[in-house]
Design a protein around this ligand. Structure first.
Ligand code: HSE
Length: 448
């Protein structure tokens, strides 16, 4: 196999790319490489040619002509082929052909570019070790925040800085849904359907809306930020499926927007990695990141806060990140996949969520009987929770149905900073008192 050797005489030799997976991103990549071939060659000083491809269906119409490329039924055979200098994995999935082919390429010393966050979240450290063992580069810019160059920023731009906190909007589908639910009178399911039609959502959209896609991306960022092993199973995850238009409306009236955030920081007893809907002040920079846009905020010892924002999903934007990795490999850039040699990574210990401190938005369906509100406030006080505001919203209907719900009123409590375990304890007692109907809604507030 010819490697991407950077010796002077070889610079003009085309870089031969093998692409496995021709979904939204793969098809966009083939289109860009085909249409912009001359411009890429001028910029890079070297041509990039698609030399072979592999996908599930050879005949599906993807809007690009693939007849000129050598076809492989088996992506592992493509990854091992002597006729490619770089293997691009866009199959998806944390195991199966994606894992087998990426492993095969790296073991063979062939550089790999992948957009597969699930694969990296689960096997990233093993793959980084495999890459280091054969000095093959492993690029995954497209795996986190679509078109935003956050991996390069962490691996190279901020290489010497010490990161204190990372947070961001890491899922375009969820941000698109929450934005549209806030701006138009459209329900969750219709917004999700549109996100799917626009090519933002995962094959199984529960990965998006249940927060797992954000958790995968956060786990990768955490490793790069804090030099820890990737630990996606240590992320606290809550998705957006329980967020209602009532929540979005009340939050807006109180000066907040609801965003699905991924956040990680070092705390006393480990690394707090959490993904959940969050109330953020409308005036904060992150609140202005709407629609399919993603944003990542990096707080460092030297640069205070760096906010990167841009398209977080979609074929073109994600393919652009794949291409930027291809450029780096074509130029011979050498960086450890996870920013530091994988032998330097330390285990990532989970900090318990019950110790989380912050403000809370609590929406309850309180039974419309004398003393209900007073009892709720008393229980809060008993758990040492100070209330910033209590709002009754007779205009908002309870979600639950039945005569009990008919007789209930929507009440929203905003707490001052408190500990999560105290909020859970108070809500448990309130439920036992019998003054509320259905499950309370609990959304954490972050003051950025
Ligand atoms: N489904 C993902 C999203 C695609 O909506 O952000 C990009 O990873």
């Amino acid at each position: 196999m010819q490697t991407h050797a950077s010796a002077e005489g070889e610079q003009l030799r085309p870089l031969r790319v093998g692409i496995a997976g021709l979904g939204t991103v793969g098809a966009a990549l083939v289109r860009i490489l085909t249409q912009d071939g001359d411009a890429i060659a001028r910029k890079l000083g070297r041509r990039i040619v698609v030399s072979a491809i592999s996908a599930r269906s050879r005949s599906r119409d993807r809007g690009v002509d693939i007849s000129q490329f050598r076809w492989f039924d088996d992506p592992v055979a493509l990854a091992r082929s002597e006729d490619i200098d770089l293997y691009v994995e866009l199959i998806g999935g944390e195991d199966g052909p994606a894992l087998a082919s990426v492993t095969a390429a790296l073991e063979n010393g062939c550089p790999v570019v992948t957009a597969n966050k699930a694969l990296l979240a689960r096997h990233g450290v093993t793959l980084a070790k495999a890459a280091e063992a054969t000095s093959a580069q492993l690029g995954f810019e497209a795996a986190v925040a679509g078109g935003i160059p956050v991996i390069k920023t962490l691996r190279e731009g901020l290489g010497s800085a010490s990161i204190t906190r990372v947070f961001g909007i890491l899922n375009g589908t969820c941000n698109y849904i929450l934005t549209r639910m806030g701006e138009e009178d459209i329900g969750f399911d219709a917004c999700l359907k549109d996100a799917q039609a626009l090519g933002y959502a995962e094959v199984d959209p529960t990965f998006d809306v249940e927060g797992f896609d954000t958790a995968h991306k956060l786990a990768i960022l955490t490793s790069l930020c804090f030099e820890t092993e990737i630990a996606a199973d240590q992320v606290f995850v809550e998705g957006i499926t329980r967020i209602t238009q009532a929540d979005i409306k009340v939050a807006a009236d109180l000066g907040y927007k609801i965003k699905l955030l991924g956040m990680a920081r070092k705390v006393e007893n480990g690394i707090e990695q959490r993904v959940h809907p969050t109330l953020v002040k409308k005036s904060s920079a992150i609140a202005g990141v709407d629609g399919v846009l993603n944003a990542v905020s990096l707080e460092t010892n030297h640069v205070q806060e760096l906010l990167l924002a841009g398209p977080g999903a979609g074929g073109e934007a994600t393919a652009a990140s794949v291409l930027s990795d291809i450029f780096d490999i074509a130029r011979g850039t050498q960086v450890p996949p996870l920013g530091v040699p994988s032998s330097h990574l330390v285990p990532c210990t989970r900090a318990p969520m019950r110790a989380h401190e912050g403000g809370y938005y609590i929406r309850l369906n309180a039974r419309d009987v004398p003393g209900a509100l007073a009892a709720i406030a008393t229980r809060m006080g008993e758990s040492n929770i100070s209330l910033e505001s209590v709002i009754q919203r007779p205009d908002l209907r309870a979600n639950e149905s039945g005569p009990e719900a008919e007789n209930s009123r929507t009440v929203v409590l905003i707490t001052h900073e408190t500990i999560e375990s105290a909020v859970r304890e108070a809500l448990g007692r309130i439920a036992k008192d019998g003054f509320i109907v259905g499950e309370p809604q609990l959304i954490r507030i972050e003051e950025f």
